[in-house]
Design a protein around this ligand. Structure first.
Ligand code: OTN
Length: 485
């Protein structure tokens, strides 16, 4: 044996005896199934986004789906202040907001070169105003990520007999380009499926190209014929809840008739071939646009908390609609409740009672993947099992008896959906265990999963991962006491 080779062999033996081999076998788990893009990871971290429905419908009595015939003379906000909108987002801890630049009635909140049906022919600021500009400038000043909704369906343009789908494709692409080119970074755009049935995939192919070229960071909310370009999907309702389970994956190309796929949209598909997670759009008021008649019907903090837990707490992003009034301001009831929701979230999740617990697992991958990573609040660490273990039991011996009524888990989404079955039990002696029924036989985890239940007093908690597609990779586990409503 040559001397060099002998040295090599001695080195390998020494390193394995010193534990180096356990580090080698402790390489990060390989991803499984479809995984999120960088855009989707950024989108998940927003957790809550705001929607701003403001436009011609705001100035028409109880109209939410204008027919495109309302006169431009009607649009005249008396005190529009997008900086006030930003204050509402800040007090709500909301990092991103999407403004409706053009709803299906076709009225443009910006002075488009491609339409006369816009602010430029309204009395507001003598036709010199631009709501989209004011909004994007306010977002920039406040450090809020701006998104732009530009409805693909346009009833005003359709009033023209000369309008056919081919011309409309060019028209919409031109307006989309104006918005994507002239206003700074756009973080999300929305292709509403309402009324858009006849818009075909070739149209979206062209429009997606415009978005991807001009705004590479822009998330596309897609529906119906635009799913193949979508970064996120509709959740199948406008009431604010995701399914249980709710997978980020879905068979995108199988989505044809929307009404036949509401359950798939709501729950996703565990073995879906595309990563298109759910975005939950819901309005803080009964309608999408402001109507005086609905004052007093703003959703309460309790209702918003339920919505949060059933959307963000079910592996989805919440898109909460706010409706500026005819002044151009968010009404005070609405801003108060947005701030109330934020307090509810921060106060409920400020103390993780599993922190400080003695934590054990049966199949830890190695020292970089210890179960203590589950409670360290560090985004860059996680618990993982060895490759061959798709299930494990992680036991938390709490530092004292605790009362809790809520739990939260997070998976490492960059590694794909791994866990497909899990349950949580509690104990007061570490020997006899009682299942938490609301947290039994659960399936998906994903970015975040929250479960609420009646208060439990316990000194041990046990997380059982019972099934998976690959070894476990979990960011966090916590038990909490919900704040008072
Ligand atoms: O009457 N509607 O058009 C309607 C009523 C209730 C719930 C949804 C809709 S339309 C639906 O809107 C979604 C966004 O909220 C998506 O864009 C869907 O594709 C669209 O069909």
């Amino acid at each position: 044996m040559k001397k060099q080779r002998r040295i090599q062999i001695i080195l390998i033996i020494t390193l394995s005896l010193s534990g180096f081999s356990s580090q080698l076998s402790a390489q990060a788990p390989a991803p499984v199934g479809p995984v999120p893009s960088e855009r989707q990871v950024e989108w998940y971290h927003r957790e809550i986004m705001a929607f701003f429905h403001f436009g011609m419908n705001t100035f028409c009595d109880m109209v939410n789906e204008g027919d495109g015939r309302a006169g431009t003379y009607l649009f005249n906000p008396t005190a529009l202040d997008c900086n006030q909108w930003m204050k509402v987002l800040k007090s709500g801890g909301i990092p991103c907001g999407i403004i409706v630049a053009k709803h299906a009635d076709g009225f443009c909140n910006w002075p488009s070169d491609y339409s006369d049906y816009s602010v430029k022919n309204s009395p507001w600021k003598n036709g010199k105003g631009d709501v989209v500009r004011e909004y994007l400038d306010a977002c920039k000043a406040a450090g809020i990520k701006a998104g732009i909704y530009v409805g693909p369906h346009d009833r005003h343009e359709r009033l023209s007999p000369l309008y056919n789908t081919k011309d409309y494709s060019i028209h919409y692409a031109s307006q989309l380009s104006e918005l994507m080119r002239n206003y700074g970074t756009v973080w999300e755009t929305w292709w509403d499926g309402a009324g858009a049935d006849e818009l075909t995939t070739p149209l979206y192919t062209r429009w997606a190209d415009t978005v991807r070229t001009l705004q590479p960071k822009c998330v596309i909310f897609g529906t119906k014929n635009s799913y193949r370009f979508a970064d996120c999907r509709w959740v199948g309702n406008e009431s604010g809840f995701s399914g249980d389970p709710c997978w980020s994956t879905i068979d995108s190309l199988s989505i044809k008739e929307e009404s036949d796929h509401i359950t798939e949209l709501n729950q996703g598909q565990v073995n879906g071939n595309a990563y298109i997670p759910a975005e939950v759009d819901v309005s803080i008021r009964p309608s999408w646009f402001y109507h005086k008649e609905e004052d007093g019907h703003t959703k309460t903090v309790k209702e918003l908390w339920d919505i949060y837990c059933n959307s963000v707490g079910r592996n989805s992003v919440l898109l909460l609609n706010l409706a500026p009034d005819r002044r151009g301001l968010i009404p005070s009831d609405d801003s108060t409740n947005v701030a109330g929701l934020h307090s509810m979230i921060t106060n409920s999740f400020k103390s993780n009672f599993a922190k400080g617990a003695k934590i054990t697992a049966l199949h830890t991958r190695g020292r970089n993947y210890n179960p203590s990573n589950l409670v360290d609040g560090n985004e860059n660490t996680y618990f993982a099992t060895k490759d061959k273990f798709k299930s494990d039991t992680i036991t938390f011996k709490l530092d004292s008896r605790k009362v809790f009524d809520c739990l939260m888990l997070q998976e490492v989404i960059q590694l794909g959906h791994r866990t497909t079955g899990w349950s949580v039990d509690y104990s007061n002696n570490g020997k006899t265990w009682t299942p938490i029924s609301e947290a039994s036989n659960k399936q998906s985890i994903g970015y975040k999963w929250i479960v609420r239940f009646a208060p439990i007093s316990a000194s041990y908690v046990r997380l059982r991962i019972t099934d998976g597609k690959a070894c476990i990779a979990l960011h966090s586990f916590g038990i909490y006491k919900q704040a008072k409503l």
